[in-house]
Design a protein around this ligand. Structure first.
Ligand code: PLP
Length: 390
C-alpha cells in the first residue's frame, strides 16, 4: 500500500484545524446553527458562492467537516460524507443511485441489517435486489443486466470472512457501467484500500474500527467527489447527519486507528492458529490462515488480515451457546472493532432476522461463532477460549 496515501501521520493530522485560541486539534463546535454579519453574507453561503458554516444537519459545521477530511484521507479518497450510522450511509447511497426498476446485486455474505435493507425496504420501493453467494461467483455475468446500477460487497464478509477480488470486480463493473461499492468495515482502512484497487465507493460502519471504543454510532461514504455529492441531499433531507459530538469522538479515535488495528491483527492471527489446532473446533475462517480459500488473494489485496474471525464449534447450537457462556474476557455482544473482545453466535444477533433458509444457504449455522478481537493481551484471550472450549 502506498504510504503517501495513508499512514499514522495522516491519522493524527488530516483534517485538524486550529482555532483562534490555538487549540491543538479541531474543537467541538456543538452548535446547530451559525450566525452571519449580514443578509448578503448568509445568502453567499446558502447559494454556495462562498464556503462557510450554516446549519449542522446540512453538514455545514467545522467539526463535521474536519472529520470528513480525515475520513477521506484515510481511504485515499477525494471526498467523504459522515453519517449517523453505517446503515444511514448505505441507505443514502442506495437511494441516491437507484430508482424503481433499477437493480442492485449483492455479492457474498453481508451484515444482516444490510440484507434486510436490500431484501425488504428497497424492494418495497420497487428497486430490485438480488443476492449472489461467493460460491456462485462464476454466475456473476449472468446475474447483471442493463438495469444493474450497483454491485455491493463486503470483503472480508460477515460472518464467514470470505474475501473478494476488488480489482477483478472493479474491471467487471467498469466494463458494464456498474458502480462497485465495497463495505470496508471488517478490514478497516488500515488493512485494505478498496478505492486504490478500483472500487468506486467505500462505505464504513464507523461504529466499528474507526470509532474503535464501542462508544459511538456513525457511518461514512468515501470516493470521488462526483460520486459522493449525490448522497448529500439524501443525507440532508432524511436527517441522517452525524452529531458534532460524535464526529469529534470519531476524529479522536481515528488518530490511534493504526496502532489499534495492527495490534488486533497480530492477536487475531495468534488466536486463529490456536483455534485451528483445537480438537473442539471444526473450521476456522480467517484470511491469514494458509488454508483459507482466498489466502493468496488476501495476501495480495490486504496489508493485514484483520481482527475478525469466525469458527464452527464441534457441538449443536445449545452446546455452542453453553461454550460461549463460559467465556469470561470475551463479552457476549453484537458489534465489533472495539478495544474489548466480543463474541457472538451470528444466528442469535447479527443474522437473527435472516430467513432460516437463507442462513442455511450461506452456511450460517447455529455452531458458527464470531469473534472480534480487542486489545487485551492475546495470552489472556487464548486462555479464556481454552477454558471455555474445555
Ligand atoms: N456493515 C457491516 C459490515 C456491519 O457489521 C454493520 C453493523 O454491524 C453495518 C454495516 C451497519 O452499521 P451500523 O450499525 O453503524 O449502522
Amino acid at each position: 500500500m502506498n504510504n503517501k496515501i495513508f499512514n499514522a501521520t495522516t491519522c493524527v493530522h488530516a483534517g485538524e484545524h486550529r482555532d483562534a485560541q490555538g487549540a491543538i486539534h479541531t474543537p467541538l463546535y456543538n452548535h446547530s446553527t451559525f450566525a452571519f454579519s449580514s443578509t448578503e453574507a448568509i445568502v453567499d453561503v446558502v447559494r454556495g458562492a462562498k464556503p462557510g458554516n450554516l446549519y449542522t444537519r446540512y453538514g455545514m459545521n467545522p467539526t463535521i467537516r474536519a472529520t470528513e477530511e480525515k475520513l477521506a484521507s484515510i481511504e485515499g479518497a477525494e471526498s467523504a460524507l459522515a453519517f449517523s450510522s453505517g446503515m444511514a450511509a448505505e441507505a443514502a447511497l442506495f437511494l441516491a443511485y437507484c430508482i424503481p426498476g433499477d437493480h442492485i446485486l449483492c455479492l457474498g455474505d453481508v451484515y444482516g441489517g444490510t440484507f434486510e435493507l436490500l431484501d425488504v425496504n428497497l424492494r418495497k420501493l420497487g428497486i430490485e435486489t438480488d443476492f449472489l453467494l461467493g460460491s456462485e461467483l462464476e454466475q456473476l455475468a449472468g446475474r447483471v443486466s442493463e438495469r444493474t446500477r450497483i454491485l455491493f460487497c463486503e470483503t472480508p464478509t460477515n460472518p464467514n470472512i470470505e474475501v473478494f477480488d476488488v480489482a477483478a470486480l472493479s474491471s467487471f463493473c467498469h466494463e458494464r457501467g456498474i458502480i462497485l461499492v465495497v463495505d470496508n468495515t471488517f478490514a478497516s482502512s488500515v488493512n485494505q484500500q478498496p478505492l486504490q484497487l478500483g472500487a468506486d465507493l467505500v462505505i464504513h460502519s464507523a461504529t466499528k474500527y474507526l470509532g474503535g471504543h464501542s462508544d459511538l454510532t456513525a457511518g461514512a461514504v468515501m470516493g470521488a467527489e462526483s460520486l459522493v455529492v449525490p448522497l448529500w441531499q439524501w443525507r440532508k433531507n432524511l436527517g441522517q447527519m452525524i452529531a458534532p459530538e460524535v464526529a469529534f469522538l470519531l476524529a479522536r479515535s481515528i488518530k490511534t486507528l493504526i496502532c489499534r488495528v495492527e495490534a488486533q491483527n497480530d492477536s487475531a492471527s495468534r488466536i486463529a492458529h490456536f483455534l485451528q489446532s483445537h480438537p473442539r473446533v471444526s473450521l476456522v475462517n480467517y484470511p491469514g490462515l494458509p488454508d483459507h480459500p482466498q489466502h493468496a488473494l488476501a495476501c495480495r489485496q490486504m496489508r493485514g488480515f484483520g481482527g475478525m474471525l469466525s469458527f464452527n464449534y464441534d457441538g449443536d447450537g445449545q452446546q455452542t451457546s453453553a461454550m460461549v457462556d463460559k467465556l469470561r474476557i470475551f463479552s457476549i455482544a453484537p458489534s465489533l472493532g472495539g478495544v474489548e473482545s466480543l463474541v457472538t453466535q451470528p444466528v442469535t444477533t447479527t443474522h437473527f432476522g435472516m430467513p432460516v433458509d437463507e442462513r442455511r444457504r450461506r452456511n450460517i449455522s447455529d455452531q458458527l461463532v464470531r469473534l472480534s478481537i480487542g486489545l487485551e493481551h492475546p495470552d489472556d484471550l487464548i486462555a479464556d477460549l481454552s477454558q471455555a472450549l474445555g
